[in-house]
Write a protein that binds this ligand. Sequence first.
Ligand SMILES: NC(=O)c1ccc[n+]([C@@H]2O[C@H](COP(=O)([O-])OP(=O)(O)OC[C@H]3O[C@@H](n4cnc5c(N)ncnc54)[C@H](O)[C@@H]3O)[C@@H](O)[C@H]2O)c1
Ligand SMILES: [Fe+2]
Length: 388
Amino acid sequence: MTPFNAFSFNTVPRLVCESGAAAKLGQLVRENFQGIRHALIVTDPGFLKTGQVDPAVASLKANHIQVSIFSDVVADPPEAVVLKAVADARAAKIDIVIGLGGGSSMDVAKLIAVLAGSDQELKTMYGIGNVKGGRLPLIQIPTTAGTGSEVTPISIVTTGATTKMGVVSPTLYADLAVLDAALTVGLPPKVTAATGIDAMVHAIEAYTTRLKKNPLSDMLARQALELLGGNIVEACENGSNLAARQAMLLGSMLAGQSFANAPCAAVHALAYPVGGIFHVPHGLSNSLVLPHVLRFNAPEAMSLYAELAEIVCPGVGGSAEAKCQGLIAHMEGLAKRLGIETLLREVGIAESDLDRLADDAMLQTRLLSNNPRVVSRDNARAIYAAAL
Ligand SMILES: NC(=O)c1ccc[n+]([C@@H]2O[C@H](COP(=O)([O-])OP(=O)(O)OC[C@H]3O[C@@H](n4cnc5c(N)ncnc54)[C@H](O)[C@@H]3O)[C@@H](O)[C@H]2O)c1
Ligand SMILES: [Fe+2]
């Protein structure tokens, strides 16, 4: 048996994985919480427009729960959006927070649940383990299969104009996560592709994380990649395939459980400045730098990448190096096949931006410390240059 280091593992206490579950939200609240009277649903204008918030609202009301909706979440949510939502939540005296949307909505929901009943200021919460006190009851219902935020103790906020910062605390684990594929059938193919690749990156980075890799996170990452790798093309090309959609949601949740315990690394560290400065969606930012970070990491992570190649591109043979190259080529080919951008210049980034990107990436010490290979500022710049 392979020896492994001591580890601890955390996740949310309850999961419901069922297509159509969001339309039974009132019942789920009644079964899992006591005395709830006023729920706040946290979402964004794009998802609200799909009309899919309505059945959840109707179900809450049918169970005698008053409902308020905060729908001003924007991608890569800035602090101001969080603070506005907290003020609304306090004024309405809500007693449960329900994130119903992509990672942006779920991340805002986490902070509302923490801040609504607390005197602590948001700016003192950034980093690991800085949240004091408790939070309101919290349910997370993802409508993208990507971030895994429904099962992570992380909320990512844009501070100042462009910097993305994380609040990481066990307090942010939801009480209940609901995986309802019916909510995701209308997700456009390009968003399905980019968010799906984000989830694959979570699994890849968790599997190769330097400090907290453990047998459970490994098992989850492997299973996640099998589900995500096996269904992403079908989910993009035939969005109404409910089975593929449910597999993607399950895969992204498993990847979330994995990286919540075995944290992400340089792909995310280099993706954050791309998202923060140029407003490139999170999944796409990851996809753009992914092959180049994998190539950079290969000398230190080759055997682990080779293990993942066997899952993601079955049939790949030969040496560990050949399998590792197979994984990188597969991920590059996947982005092309799914029709998302593959070069930084295609999202408006120029050579003259690379120094700023490299400087900003080096601020992501929380993530870089997990990378299998040390990343210098020059390395980061070279990776961006290769991705240009
Ligand atoms: N907390 C974590 O652990 C974690 C992990 C990774 C990323 N993140 C953060 O999550 C955010 C990205 O989340 P995301 O990629 O899910 O995107 P998102 O939440 O920003 O949503 C992207 C777009 O998709 C639309 N959309 C969402 N669901 C839809 C549906 N079912 N049908 C039609 N349209 C739909 C939204 O309206 C929005 O325009 C970033 O801020 C990122 O930093 C957090
Ligand atoms: Fe991510």
